[in-house]
Design a protein. Structure first.
Length: 499
């Protein structure tokens, strides 16, 4: 990191913001400016500071403002640290992952999977937490039989830096060398289809193989899944691949009697996975209040006013991310369907740290590049009322609205915790693979959403609903251009008792 990078001031951030780098960075600039003004202990005549009173010390206000932004910036690393711990070292559910090895989930996800990650019911998953600190890893995806196959690779702040997929390699099997940010070794010639460099030492890898859920099809999908490979470079070259047994990872700090535990965990995560130099100005500001890898004071040494401001920031920061996730993010809305941001999976490229934190990391853990999977989400019906299982709904696609995708499309139902919704029926979606899907004589398609099983003629087109609030996820894998450029117009979700 250069001296200039370390000393880039608020003025430069504001200047960049005014040029239109991003809405989130502009908001961040204003907050940083407010913090600097507070730290000068001056009062601007004729100005009223919204949300601030003379009852609080300026140090508390500065810690609150900067703490909120630090929480937004570092939330993905905080979540990943918690997720990694409960999937690897403290695994108690279905996931029993070993570092640097794929764990294969050999069934489709269902409502018993409580990971708040919007798991789909269209693909079987293979998962891995990859540590590139010691040496590169070799990663391989098989050719398959033409169905959707991918390995999605995210750095520790939830942005995706690459895919290993036959769909990006003329339908062929693909083998890549995966290297860490500081690795400068020699790349073996002729052995790999390419090299992917992770911006962080730790990588979250999520592999998917499509399955219709039919027993015979699931057997084929599991055979393809078993052909994913992940191994250290040295073992790959020697031909002696030893399955990993590593189950130790960094523990999150306990919040028992420690109201700043999440910030301690975030600090540890950001030291383990340093932010990029481009964000040095922000990280330096966070360091003034004991946050991030450039912290100039330890959390335990902070004055009481600063600690109080950080505690407020943790509480309000999480509320903000939840609100944003439930609102679908700051994106295009059509008929109360929220398009995913065009930069999902690449949010930091335009400085949108708020969008990266939520809905990207908060609601789903990670998101696809739009070329691989485009998505719509809805929390409200045609009249803007919150979707709730006490009602019956219908989605009517006219012939020219029938969804299409090069791989598949589906509409799935989730609860308010972003888990597949728990109902009385083992059914979570309608897709282009749904058996006996019924179309109207005019070519239209109607999908029914209700708790009770409908009459026989509508059952293939039916998605069971849970009790309470729910939301819908409309997925397009290998989407057509109208979804990529967001010109597709989805029909609204109509309450049949009202419309």
């Amino acid at each position: 990191m250069t001296k200039n990078e370390r000393h880039l001031g608020v003025e430069n951030i504001l200047r960049s913001s005014i040029k239109g780098l991003s809405k989130s960075l502009f908001v961040l600039s204003l907050i940083l400016c407010a913090a600097v003004c507070a730290s000068s202990e001056t009062t601007l005549p004729g100005k009223i500071s919204a949300g601030l009173t003379t009852d609080t010390d300026w140090r508390e206000d500065q810690a609150y403002f900067l703490g909120m932004q630090a929480y937004i910036y570092g939330y993905p690393a905080l979540r990943y640290t918690n997720d990694r711990y409960r999937m690897v070292e403290n695994a108690t559910g279905i996931l029993q992952i070993r570092v640097n090895d794929f764990f294969h989930v050999t069934r489709l996800a269902n409502s018993s999977d409580k990971y708040s990650a919007s798991n789909n019911n269209d693909t079987i998953y293979s998962l891995s937490w990859i540590d590139l600190s010691d040496e590169p890893m070799v990663i391989h995806a098989p050719q398959g039989d033409g169905r959707y196959i991918d390995i999605e690779l995210a750095e520790f702040y939830s942005d995706v830096f690459g895919y290993v997929s036959p769909h990006l390699h003329d339908g062929k099997a693909i083998t890549y060398l995966l290297v860490g940010p500081q690795w400068d070794g020699t790349i073996p010639e002729g052995q790999f289809d390419g090299v992917l460099r992770s911006p962080t030492p730790w990588v979250w890898a999520v592999a998917r193989v499509y399955s219709s859920g039919d027993d015979d099809d699931l057997v084929i999908a599991k055979k393809i899944q078993s052909e994913f490979a992940l191994a250290p470079l040295s073992q790959w070259q020697s031909g002696n691949i030893i399955p990993s047994t590593r189950r130790d990872v960094r523990d999150p700090f306990s919040d028992v009697n420690d109201p700043l535990a999440d910030f301690r965990t975030m600090n540890a995560a950001m030291n383990e996975n340093p932010p990029p130099p481009r964000d040095a100005a922000l990280i330096r500001q966070f360091g003034r209040i004991g946050l991030g890898p450039l912290a100039t004071v330890a959390l335990d040494d902070l004055d009481e006013n600063t600690r109080r401001g950080l505690q407020r920031a943790l509480l309000d920061g999480n509320i903000l991310l939840q609100k944003l996730a439930e609102a679908g993010g700051d994106t295009k809305v059509v008929n109360n369907w929220f398009y995913g941001d065009k930069n999902w999976g690449r949010m930091a490229e335009r400085g949108d740290f708020l969008g990266r934190a939520s809905p990207q990391a908060y609601a789903g853990g990670l998101e696809h590049w739009v070329e691989m999977a485009a998505k719509l989400r809805s929390f409200a019906d045609a009249d803007g009322e919150v979707l709730n299982g006490k009602n019956n709904y219908k989605i009517r696609f006219e012939k020219n609205q029938i969804p299409t995708a090069r791989a598949f499309w589906s509409i799935s139902v989730y609860d308010d915790k972003f888990n597949l919704a728990e109902t009385d029926w083992d059914k979570y979606l309608v897709s282009d693979a749904t058996e006996n899907l019924v179309y109207g004589q005019d070519g239209s398609l109607e999908i029914y959403l209700q708790q009770d099983q409908p009459e026989q003629a509508h059952r293939a087109n039916w998605i069971p609903l849970p009790k309470g609030d729910f939301n819908l996820f409309f997925r397009f894998y290998l989407p057509n251009q109208s979804m990529i450029d967001q010109t597709y117009v989805p029909p609204p979700v109509r309450n049949t008792a009202v419309n």
